[in-house]
Design a binder for this molecule. Structure first.
Ligand SMILES: N[C@@H](CCC(=O)N[C@@H](CS)C(=O)NCC(=O)O)C(=O)O
Length: 205
């Protein structure tokens, strides 16, 4: 088995277990003990100099950053099913919403929560209010970001807004909760939760 996810069940890596379950490739999980600082060891930093999980290995290929891991897995193991074809018109929206999570929602929510002083016109994540309006457009009528087709973009974008609503960094709008609820109901999502919970229990977390 060549796919190995360097993982901790109480981090962003937990979401990657869901991505792997949806993609359906074989994989193993390698527990990274954040408490002992294993993520900052020389061995781990040789894979990911940021010293962060998730970090995924597929044979000799190393992929870090949740969004990159999701795009990689969908293109390699679920092309046409979880990722639109390279020449499909849906590819534009697909890539846009995948990038929107880490490049706008995450820093935008962090800036708001931490009370950062910045110029929205100069910061890549812009104003919080415009971000909320854009999330409204993305979620739209649903059921998924691309309409009827569930894709990797839903796991990445939906995972991010679900997490942010849970931690009070985004408002709990009913349309957004209904969208995230549809994602939570997916069997692969439920299986990933069980896997993460079992590892957390095993590790005494
Ligand atoms: N931008 C990264 C963020 C990864 C990240 O922040 N991971 C955290 C856990 S959620 C981590 O490994 N923290 C341990 C540390 O920095 O020491 C991604 O999207 O994968």
């Amino acid at each position: 088995m060549s796919v190995v996810l360097h993982h901790h069940p109480q981090t962003r890596a937990a979401n990657v277990v869901w991505l792997l379950e949806e993609v359906g490739c074989e994989y193993t999980l390698e527990y990274v003990d954040l408490k002992t600082g294993a993520q900052k060891s020389d061995t781990f930093k040789a894979l990911n100099p940021m010293g962060k999980v998730p970090t995924l290995l597929d044979g000799d290929v190393v992929v870090a950053e949740v969004a990159a891991i999701g795009m990689y897995l969908a293109d390699k193991y679920a092309a046409g099913r979880l990722a639109p074809a390279l020449d499909a018109p849906e590819r534009g929206a697909y890539l846009r919403w995948i990038c929107y999570g880490p490049s706008v929602i995450e820093p935008g929510c962090m800036a708001k929560a931490a009370g950062w002083d910045f110029k929205p016109g100069s910061a890549g994540w812009g104003s919080y209010e415009e971000m909320l309006a854009t999330i409204d457009v993305a979620v739209g009528e649903g059921p998924y970001l691309l309409g009827e087709q569930f894709t990797m973009a839903d796991m990445l974008f939906g995972g991010t807004i679900g997490w942010m609503m849970q931690f009070g960094m985004l408002p709990k709008k009913s349309a957004w909760e209904a969208y995230v609820g549809r994602l939570e109901d997916r069997p692969a999502r439920k299986k990933a939760r069980e896997i993460n919970a079992a590892i957390a229990a095993e590790q005494g977390l």
